[in-house]
Design a protein around this ligand. Structure first.
Ligand code: HOZ
Length: 431
């Protein structure tokens, strides 16, 4: 299929004059796959339509939030009903308590929660609280994990930072990252070494319990358990960045799946149902450090705004059924299984990592367990694969180092179409 791209190209030309790179978040630019970004005009269920009228099965899902698919009727209804009353008050509203209650119930490790406007804010605030609570400065993060764009966390960061080859951003003074310690994902010895070297100085270990910003990299058996053990022994706080995995892998996120409870959890994406949101929460004595109860300052004009709360509540309400995650995860497993067969058939150097309803096809013959092995992927081959799929009306993330997301709006029909397209896309790459 030859896509018509006239309107997207025209919009891109205008956008580039007004917005750096024509986009408000780098990965969207299609730069990594050497293409022109598709300008989306609307989305419904599992499908999006671009400004030229092309339709695609969407596997980006707004980078995770749209677990119900695009413009779900109940989310739209909740938004309309709420907006008619008001869009923001800068004062407490009922919806904030409702969403906070839902989060506390879903995450047994979370006794109190504070809403923010993005995952980045949630993480920055969580680290600040951890530092204040422990009276220590150092933060351990893992290579290839991405926790938003706070200065001191843009060190060997995944997501767009990796996609564009600047995992440690210029513009960040050395002194800002002097207290950021880097460990290797899935390598507990690297964590132990840091604790030995910085005895009683590490405030927290910050981790994506299932890494999803260097592509999907699940934790090895025992990795999270050991992190829990070490942080408890060392008096450090364990922070789970569940911005992607919260309400995605299970209602209670990765911590429910792996049975490991951190002191602090950061959320975002799904809890805003497609509107800007973030949240950090955890043990009450830690959260009581936050202003106005405690001295740790953190605020936001639009934090807890009724629209984001309403969209989040409506979204999470649809995730209640006993079989909801089972259905979503089974559909993903089915797709992944078939994709693996095609990869084998055409002898492509590629591996698929998956967790729940997200996965990544890494174009490498190595097992991907950490940042270094993720980086062994052939990004040029990914780019060709991506373009082959796009031409066939399948929208995968325009970067090797991101997750593919399924939603509850995807059905067998979409999977069949995707598999036919993937067959041809892989065939074209045959060595
Ligand atoms: N860094 C985000 C994915 N991990 C991309 C956000 C966006 O471009 O919307």
């Amino acid at each position: 299929m030859n896509l018509k791209t006239t309107n997207s190209q025209k919009l891109y030309r205008i956008a580039k004059r007004l917005i750096p790179g024509g986009v408000n978040s780098p990965v969207r630019s299609f730069k990594a796959v050497e293409g022109t970004p598709v300008f989306v005009s609307k989305g419904k269920g599992a499908w999006i339509t671009d400004e030229d009228g092309n339709r695609y099965i969407d596997y980006i899902a707004s980078w995770g939030p749209l677990i119900l698919g695009h413009s779900h009727p109940e989310v739209v209804r909740a938004l309309k009903k709420t907006a008619e009353k008001g869009t923001s008050y800068g004062a407490p509203c009922r919806e904030e308590i409702e969403l906070a209650g839902i989060i506390v119930k879903a995450f047994p490790s979370v006794e109190m929660v504070r809403m923010t406007n993005s995952g980045t804010e949630a993480i920055m605030s969580a680290v600040r609280v951890a530092r204040a609570y422990t009276g220590r400065d150092f933060v351990v993060k893992f290579e290839g994990c991405y926790h938003g764009h706070a200065d001191y966390l843009l060190v060997k960061a995944g997501s767009g930072a990796t996609t564009f080859g600047t995992p440690s951003s210029p513009g960040v003074p050395k002194s800002f990252t002097a207290t950021t310690l880097i460990a290797r994902y899935n390598d507990i010895e690297s964590v132990k070494r840091l604790f030995a070297r910085h005895k009683n100085k590490i405030a927290c270990v910050l981790v994506e319990p299932v890494a999803a910003n260097m592509g999907v990299v699940p934790p090895k058996d025992g990795f999270l358990e050991k992190l829990r053990e070490i942080t408890l022994n060392e008096g450090s706080i364990l922070i789970f960045d569940e911005v992607i995995t919260g309400f995605r892998l299970a209602r209670g996120g990765a911590q429910e799946v792996y049975g490991i409870l951190p002191e602090v959890t950061c959320l975002g994406k799904i809890i805003g149902g497609g509107l800007p949101v973030g949240a950090y929460g955890g043990r009450a004595d830690i959260m009581k450090m936050v202003s106005p109860v405690g001295p740790v300052y953190q605020a936001g004009t639009l934090s807890g705004n009724p629209l984001a709360m309403a969209a989040g509540i409506a979204t999470i309400s649809r995730l209640k059924g006993k079989d909801t995650y089972k259905r979503l995860n089974n559909l993903t497993s089915e797709l992944v299984k078939e994709l693996r067969e095609i990869i084998k058939k055409f002898n492509i150097k590629a591996r698929i990592n998956s967790a729940g309803s997200m996965f990544t096809i890494f174009f490498t013959d190595r097992e991907v367990v950490d940042y270094e092995s993720a980086l062994s992927s052939d990004t040029k081959l990914y780019s060709r694969f991506f373009k082959n799929l796009l031409k066939a009306g399948i929208m995968f993330p325009p970067s090797q180092f991101e997750a593919v997301f399924l939603s509850l709006a995807h059905t067998e029909k979409e999977i069949d179409i995707t598999l036919k397209a993937a067959y041809n896309a892989f065939k074209e790459l045959k060595p």
